[in-house]
Write a protein that binds this ligand. Structure first.
Ligand SMILES: *Cc1c(COP(=O)(O)O)cnc(C)c1O
Length: 226
């Protein structure tokens, strides 16, 4: 298993570099978030041994069961929470995450603000935009996004680093990536988290600075949530 993960990681890194070159971008400006949801701690360790340091998890509870122990041996490990976040998980998220990529509503802003006071630490934050306005998906609706980003930047200052999106599966993702890129520029935000196993090269072409890749590194999952 660990050899497979190491070789998958090296293939993904290679493809990221090629995609950056093709887009005339510096490959160092794009980071890989290895999405380890539903995969055991040993899989994360295999990736760590292969040099990967940045990981993404959807669910706070699952992240809390895997990552605190790993941090003891790998102090430079970084963890992003990338899934829809319930307000009652905000305290745990603030405790364990270096970044929360799924800030998407005022109630969650309130919960994160309170939680950060309680924990004495505020992770970096990305506003998740529901670029396809899909009812089942988390993310702030398109029409509310500009105002929400502005309010969030006033409230959290530099902790608001950028934007994240998950395009609808049935559509060409590039239009969504371009939309998110325009929105981030408008607000002067540097971080763009977009692109997954199936479309990370296109996302790099459209300006992604974080790509979130799961199955192409760790293999398929028993079930998926978003
Ligand atoms: C699972 C997940 C990913 C990774 O998806 P893959 O298709 O396995 O690469 C990326 N982003 C989010 C928000 C996810 O939930």
């Amino acid at each position: 298993m660990s050899e497979q993960i190491a070789s998958n990681l090296s293939a993904i890194r290679h493809r990221m570099i090629q995609a950056a070159e093709k887009a005339g971008r510096n490959a160092d400006d794009v980071s890989l978030v290895a999405v380890s949801k539903f995969h055991p701690q040993e899989a994360v360790e295999a990736a760590l041994k292969a040099g990967q340091r940045l990981f993404g998890e959807n669910r706070v509870q699952e992240a809390a069961s895997k990552f605190p122990q790993l941090r003891e041996n790998w102090p430079d490990l970084k963890l992003h929470i990338i899934g829809g976040l319930q307000t009652n998980k905000a305290v745990d998220a603030c405790r364990i995450a270096d970044m929360i990529e799924s800030l998407d509503r005022p109630a969650l802003s309130n919960a994160i603000e309170k939680a950060s006071q309680k924990c004495g630490r505020l992770p970096g934050l990305l506003v998740q935009v529901n670029t396809g306005d899909e009812t089942q998906k988390s993310g702030i609706p398109r029409k509310d996004a500009d105002a929400f980003i502005e309010t969030s930047m006033n409230r959290f200052g530099d902790n608001i680093r950028g934007l994240m999106c998950i395009p609808p599966e049935s559509e060409d993702p590039v239009a969504h990536f371009n939309f998110l890129n325009d929105m981030a520029r408008r607000h002067g935000l540097p971080v763009l988290s977009m692109g997954m196993s199936a479309d990370f090269e296109a996302a790099i072409g459209a300006g992604a600075t974080l790509v979130r890749v799961g199955s192409a590194i760790f293999g398929s999952r028993p079930m998926t949530v978003s």
